[in-house]
Design a protein around this ligand. Structure first.
Ligand code: ZN
Ligand code: ZN
Ligand code: ZN
Ligand code: ZN
Length: 1190
């Protein structure tokens, strides 16, 4: 039986007074009452259990329809799931009481209570997990059948007690409950994507547990039925539902079908998509499908809210890597690993149960039902409560003010020991036991504290008592506040601590955390290259800037506030005790905080703001140790990732708290942001609302310890010697994954020794052949080897390379041949052509190889070494392309063939070793976590070029280029980059810690050096009337390249870090020559001076001028053209006009002359026709008319 069950009678109710995150106000008073009730009944547990059962029959006794039954309708399922946490609480209470009647069930009940309680604080409860737990709970319901049996010792007719009958089953149930709890815990911790791609595997496991509980339930029902039916005469108990229990239940159980019903629309959508596209693996290996999948899941790599600066680079390669790993992970191993942590958590949880029980047990009896004030344990507070006539809760402000008045009053009334004696007031502390002198002494001791119970400190005192931030203080809160006081402290001391001491303590932790972070960044410089990327990602992780927000947000107090020696002493001792307590708890879980629930398990009851700084401090202190080990040894790449996860859990707990506070503040119509500024010294103010990374505001680097004289600058960094000294003595056990110094490439040994006869009929020995496998789009042919040994007549041992992933449709042939010699082996074609010759040539080459190997021939080893070098170089380049890193140098077809050849020919042990070396090369690449190239959009590795002109004010976004794209000019987001912009080159992750300094330094360096080159040039122009490149050297001898020692001309690079201007010529930079100046290293950030002409204008100006010239020229040409055109047009128009005029004129004159001729003719005709007869006259007139018309 677990200790907590045996310790006291009251624990069942206490389980749920440990509300973790705060913000829950209804929990307390009713439980106090229930506790009393329970205490009163423990005299007769049998009666109590039955009473309890009757009272809660709705919850416990309900014959739940099995939710996994395929006939169960959806609403019933829905009800069971949503009511789970409430019904579980009741059931645990009942079971605990039942445990007093039948102690043998303790082990199972204890497991159930712990597993369920541990998860009740979880926010993101998965419905499938709840469904499994409902099955677990259904099993526990059956336990209540035991209520009919008054005693465990009662024997059945077969002489077996019920305890003895069920003992084995109880142990099994307990084991399975824990196993299930751990499996659910591990499952819940997986991200949505990971859960989805392995859905069927996880669901099978969860469903197995569900079915297991059904099995146990049936077994238990059966055992009970057997026992009670045998004992029915002697026990004389009414077994009303026996028939129902005895009936063999034929349920059509299908957990998987239930899970389908519980799928969310998003899950359904994802599953459909994966099915449609050929399964999880196909979707992960295909970039396009994966991208759709990630978008559908709405998941990013970070669990933490808060916007990252600008854009995030493409997360896809990382997600892909992770998911592939996830897919390959052995689920049993995952569960086993998780079990270790899970059991530790259960231990702490049960320890907390015990603590609460012990603390409260003394007070139960005295707090029987009476007025509200009677439930308050502290006599002083009780008196205040009573005098003020308060009910269940009181406005926090009134409470503090009343407290103030009460103690002020009391202080004046006990001005001297004598008056205290005379006044005869009842002593607030432990009355009756102490003599008057100790009372007097205590009074004196309290005096200093009373000065802090003062209107000036209302806010901090109020926050300390009003745990949930509602603005009201309840009886429960008062009792909790008093109970948390260290044993030898008086209440005024305790209040004084919260008035002033706590803030001082917070400030101290704030300083310590800043100091730790600065030390971390200094240590980072010494971290081994192979660990550097992991360490960079750790420090770059969003948890760090979120921590920075907390620190920056918190108002420090001046150290003067703690001028009171008494208060200082007490504060420091309390701080020390709390730190030790937290540290001990953290050690229990090996400093691994996997979820926010684990965080509250560490801290115990109470507001996170009380613990957040000490907790972060303790974690970072540990992490610094890991980082120091990373300076000496190669660590697993996952090591730092798990460190971040712990920080994330703390910050999520902070987020939950902020959300709670927000809800409370909103109820009272307050400006939440302003209210948070005033709450707990502003700690949460910056963590509320739209939070995002703002590198320009990051205070990690700019912070200086106010306690330390600035003269003692620890900012100068840490020397290698110091690191070495510090790293010694850090136990490697603090690492989760251990040291990875050696390449754990192969532990393969062949069974090829003297004992094994090479009998051609035996299968024993090593078999080697070629093996083909598909990796993404690439097909890889490698050497496969299997080693077989017959140990006895009916057993064969085999060992071989891992080829689990291989396509079963690809056959392979194995031959009896040592793997090193396979390369010399003839192909089937060659053999068919000339069997004798192929055999002979193979024999010669193989013999030569073996002879050289045996003789340690130098040529032999040189050849092997060259092969290795080539293999690593080619594989590294191939991996860079495959992983989308930069700068890329894709393999040529010839090189591809060469790599193919090496893969095919190398001994598998060698090949795997070389492959590991190549992967190690990738691991060592300088890494820039959040940035992709703005031109080619690949992940930037090695060097990152950032423009300091195209950069946002808050330094959160800028134009980035990879080494291959330096001279590209992308226009992205709001920036339009030009190749002449001042750019900085960094070869290491540029942390927010450094960015302000680097960018500022780069700007000033750029301006200064450009001016320098200008002035040099103008000086030169005076001395150089005509071309004379030989003159140059004389005049520029003061600007030398730090690497080659020659004169520097733009384009060149200037160091931003070194105090003295340090130049690197473009040539040396591209060759990456080491610096001759000791202070300067290749990792220093450089700024580029690109000016090519030194005529006083920068090329940008030139370009502008040229453009202007061109524009002017063009304008000129255009206007000239226009003018010419205009004049031409004018001319032609004039000519046209003239000719038209001419023509018109001639036309006019012609017309006129003709008209006048016509007129004359007409007149003549008219004269002639007048003499003719009328008829003729008419004809002639007509004729004349027609001719005139013509
Ligand atoms: Zn690029
Ligand atoms: Zn730019
Ligand atoms: Zn040089
Ligand atoms: Zn430098």
């Amino acid at each position: 039986m677990p200790s907590w069950l045996g310790k006291s009678n009251q624990n069942a109710n206490d389980l749920f007074t440990t509300s973790q995150a705060g913000g829950n106000t209804v929990r307390q008073d009713s439980t106090t009452f229930a506790r009393v009730e329970l205490a009163a009944h423990t005299a007769d547990p049998y009666k109590f259990v039955n009473d309890f059962f009757k009272a809660n029959e709705d919850t416990i006794g309900v014959k739940s329809r099995n939710i996994a039954d395929s006939d169960t309708d959806f609403n019933t399922i829905e009800d069971s799931l949503s009511g789970f946490s409430e019904s579980a609480k009741t059931i645990i209470k009942g079971l605990t009481a039942l445990g007093h009647l039948h102690p043998f069930i303790g082990i199972a009940v204890g497991a159930f209570a712990l597993v369920v309680t541990l998860d009740l604080t979880r926010r993101d409860n998965d419905r499938k997990v709840v469904a499994v737990k409902v099955q677990m709970q259904d099993l526990m319901r059956v336990f209540f059948e035991l209520r009919h049996i008054p005693s465990s010792d009662e024997e059945g007719p077969n002489g077996l007690t019920i305890g003895a009958r069920l003992e084995g089953l109880m142990q099994e149930i307990a084991k399975d409950i824990k196993g299930c709890g751990s499996a659910c815990d591990a499952y819940l911790k997986k991200g949505f994507l990971a859960k989805t791609v392995k859905a069927s595997i996880y669901e099978t496991r969860l469903s197995d547990f569900g079915m297991l509980f059904v099995e146990h339930r049936k077994a238990l029902e059966m055992a009970l039925a057997v026992h009670t039916s045998l004992a029915v005469d002697s026990a004389n108990q009414k077994l009303d539902n026996q028939d129902g229990r005895l009936r063999i239940i034929e349920e059509k159980l299908d957990m998987i079908m239930l899970f389908r019903k519980l799928d969310t629309p998003r899950e359904k959508d994802m599953q459909k998509f994966i099915e449609k596209h050929g399964g999880a693996k196909a979707c992960i290996t295909n970039d396009e499908l994966l991208e759709v999948l990630v978008t559908k899941s709405g998941e990013s790599l970070s669990r933490l809210p808060g916007r990252e600066s600008g854009r995030r680079s493409n997360d896809l390669p990382d997600i892909k890597k992770r998911l592939l790993k996830e897919l390959q992970e052995d689920i049993d191993e995952v569960f086993d690993k998780n079990m270790v942590l899970f059991e530790r958590k259960l231990d702490i949880q049960s320890k907390q149960f015990a603590d609460v029980v012990q603390e409260e047990s003394d007070h139960i009896i005295s707090t029987l039902l009476s007025g509200a004030h009677d439930r308050i344990r502290d006599p002083d507070l009780q008196k205040i409560w009573k005098d003020m006539g308060w009910k269940g809760s009181v406005k926090a402000r009134h409470f503090v003010l009343a407290l103030h008045d009460y103690y002020t009053d009391k202080m004046s009334s006990v001005g001297t020991p004598t008056t205290a004696h005379i006044s005869g007031l009842p002593s607030p502390q432990t009355p009756g036991r102490n003599s008057m002198t100790t009372v007097q002494k205590k009074r004196q001791d309290d005096r200093w504290a009373l000065t802090y119970i003062n209107a000036a400190y209302v806010q901090p005192i109020l926050e300390a008592v009003d745990d949930d931030g509602t603005g009201f203080v309840s009886v429960k809160e008062v009792n909790t506040f008093v109970a948390e006081r260290p044993g030898n402290w008086s209440l005024p001391h305790w209040i004084a601590y919260w008035a002033v001491g706590w803030q001082a303590s917070m400030s101290r932790y704030k300083d310590k955390i800043y100091e730790l972070v600065q030390t971390m960044f200094q240590t980072l410089e010494h971290v081994l290259p192979s660990n550097r990327r992991a360490a960079d990602e750790y420090l770059f992780h969003s948890s760090f800037w979120r921590i920075e927000l907390l620190l920056r947000s918190t108002r420090s107090v001046s150290s003067k506030i703690l001028s009171d020696p008494e208060l200082t002493k007490m504060t420091e001792s309390y701080e020390k005790d709390e730190e030790e307590r937290l540290d001990a708890n953290l050690q229990d879980v090996a400093y691994e905080l996997d979820t926010p629930a684990t965080v509250s398990l560490m801290t115990g009851v109470g507001r996170i703001e009380r613990y957040v700084f000490p907790l972060i401090y303790l974690l970072l202190r540990r992490h610094l140790k890991v980082m120091r080990i990373a300076c000496k040894h190669v660590l697993d790449t996952e090591e730092f990732v798990s460190l971040n996860e712990s920080l994330v859990s703390i910050l999520l707990a902070v987020d939950y708290r902020v959300q709670n506070l927000e809800a409370i503040f909103k109820q009272t119509h307050l400006d939440v942001q302003a209210r948070l500024g005033n709450f707990a010294f502003g700690i949460f103010q910056l963590s509320y609302g739209d939070i995002r990374r703002v590198p320009a505001d990051n205070s990690f680097a700019s912070w200086t310890n106010p306690e330390v004289d600035s003269g003692v600058g620890s900012k100068n960094g840490i020397t290698q010697e110091e690191i070495n000294r510090l790293a010694i003595g850090i136990p490697h056990e603090i690492l989760k994954y251990g040291i990875r110094d050696g390449y754990s490439v192969t532990d393969y040994h062949e069974f090829e020794h003297l004992g094994l006869a090479l009998d051609s009929t035996s299968v024993e020995g090593t078999w080697t052949g070629h093996h083909h496998r598909q990796f993404g789009d690439e097909s890889i042919l490698s050497v496969l080897r299997v080693s077989i040994r017959l140990t006895s007549a009916d057993k064969i041992y085999g060992k071989g390379e891992d080829f689990a992933d291989s396509d079963p449709n690809r056959p392979f042939t194995l031959m009896r041949i040592p793997p090193t010699l396979l390369r010399y082996r003839y192909t089937p074609d060659q053999f068919a052509e000339d069997p004798v010759r192929s055999r002979w040539s193979f024999a010669c080459s193989a013999a030569l190889h073996q002879a050289q190997e045996v003789l340690w021939s130098r040529r032999f080893f040189e050849a092997r070494f060259a092969e290795r070098k080539r293999y690593v170089a080619l594989t590294t380049r191939a991996l860079i392309v495959q992983m989308g890193l930069t700068p890329q140098a894709p393999l040529t077809p010839v090189e591809k063939g060469e790599l193919e050849y090496l893969r095919r020919e190398l001994n598998p042990s060698e090949a795997r070793f070389y492959q590991a070396l190549a992967e190690f090369e990738i691991q060592k690449l300088p890494w820039h976590p959040a940035w992709g190239c703005d031109w080619c959009e690949r992940q930037i590795t090695k060097c990152r070029i950032l423009c300091i002109q195209c950069i946002s004010e808050d330094l959160s976004d800028n134009i980035d280029l990879c080494a291959s794209c330096v001279d590209k000019a992308p226009a992205k987001r709001t920036f339009t980059h030009e190749i002449n912009h001042a750019v900085v080159k960094v070869e290491q992750t540029l942390h927010d810690y450094d960015i302000v300094r680097i960018v500022d330094a780069a700007r000033t360096t750029f301006e200064r050096v450009r001016a320098l080159f200008r002035s040099l040039d103008s000086a030169l122009q005076v001395h150089r009337p005509d071309d004379g490149s030989s003159h140059k050297d004389e005049h520029r001898s003061n600007l030398l390249c730090a690497c080659c020692g020659k004169d520097v001309l733009p384009p060149c690079w200037v160091c931003v870090v070194c105090t003295k201007d340090t130049f690197v010529c473009a040539d040396c930079d591209s060759k990456r020559l080491p610096s001759q100046i000791p202070a300067h290293t290749l990792t220093h950030a450089l700024v580029r001076i690109r000016d090519t002409t030194l005529n006083g204008e920068s090329p940008a100006d030139d370009r502008y001028l040229a453009l202007e010239h061109r524009l002017l020229a063009m304008e000129l040409r255009v206007s000239e053209g226009f003018a010419a055109m205009e004049s031409k047009v004018d001319e032609r128009l004039a000519a046209l006009e003239a000719s038209v005029e001419d023509r018109l004129l001639s036309f006019e004159t012609k017309l006129e002359s003709r008209l006048s001729t016509l007129e004359v003719v007409l007149r003549q005709i008219a004269a002639q026709t007048a003499a003719l007869p009328a008829v003729y006259g008419q004809v002639v007139r007509d004729y004349a008319k027609s001719t005139s018309v013509r």
